[in-house]
Design a protein around this ligand. Structure first.
Ligand code: MN
Length: 226
């Protein structure tokens, strides 16, 4: 087959200890910690998990991350990220958990002003959530995902978000089970599992440190637009 333009680049995420995890899709869960649901004006007790996605090439490594265009309110959301090693549809929570290849800490960067406008007008979230470099993650650690442990994000050394992975409304296994009823999962899928309270704005020059359990940490510095 003759490609008529150059093929898009393979997107990979580095793995602790070496190697690269090839990424197929990036799914994200909305409002999965009760305190964050409340800070966004929602009722945490009545919602099934809901999902949105980011393009796979929104994935970014840590380090310098450009402040995106078209926003004056870029927010951080620290999240546990699941990496799928196996696919499948209509998975039970146990089967879904068994197909987790590894886990990492990530940040679901959000153009909060565009999200508020989208919510008010009943429009999709893509421009708020799926912009370039909106999904930085740390090294993926192979093995099961941690189910407890601190999940924190600091900006310039000051703690802004502090929760515990055991506070997730829907567990990793339950999220993947729900997701697999909507989409056929496949190896290479990444799933961001929601953020605790304390989301807030960042500015150019800020340094963010994100941690989830004892997974490899993620450091991001907000850089001027390239
Ligand atoms: Mn999020």
């Amino acid at each position: 087959m003759d490609l008529v333009i150059a093929a898009p680049a393979l997107v990979t995420a580095p793995v602790e200890g070496g190697g690269a995890f090839p990424v197929r899709r990036i799914y994200c869960v909305g409002r999965n910690y009760a305190d964050h649901a409340r800070e966004m004006g929602a009722d945490p007790t009545r919602e099934a998990p809901f999902f949105f996605s980011k393009p796979r090439d929104a994935l970014a490594p840590g380090g310098a991350s450009p402040y995106p265009p078209a926003t004056r309110d870029l927010h951080h959301e620290v999240e546990l990220v699941l990496a799928r090693g196996r696919g499948g549809s209509d998975l039970t929570p146990d089967d879904a958990a068994a197909g987790i290849w590894g886990a990492a800490v990530g940040i679901d960067f959000t153009r909060r002003d565009l999200q508020a406008e989208a919510k008010a007008k009943g429009r999709p979230w893509d421009t708020a959530k799926g912009f370039d470099a909106s999904a930085p993650i740390g090294l993926i650690r192979p093995g099961p995902a941690p189910q407890s442990g601190a999940i924190t994000l600091s900006v310039n050394g000051e703690v802004r978000q502090s929760g515990d992975l055991s506070d997730m409304i829907w567990s990793s296994a339950e999220i993947l089970s729900h997701l697999s009823a909507l989409f056929e999962l496949a190896p290479g899928d990444l799933v961001f599992t929601g953020t605790p309270a304390g989301v807030g704005a960042v500015s150019i020059g800020d340094t963010l440190d994100a941690c989830a359990g004892d997974l490899p940490g993620l450091k991001v510095t907000i850089a001027p637009r390239a």
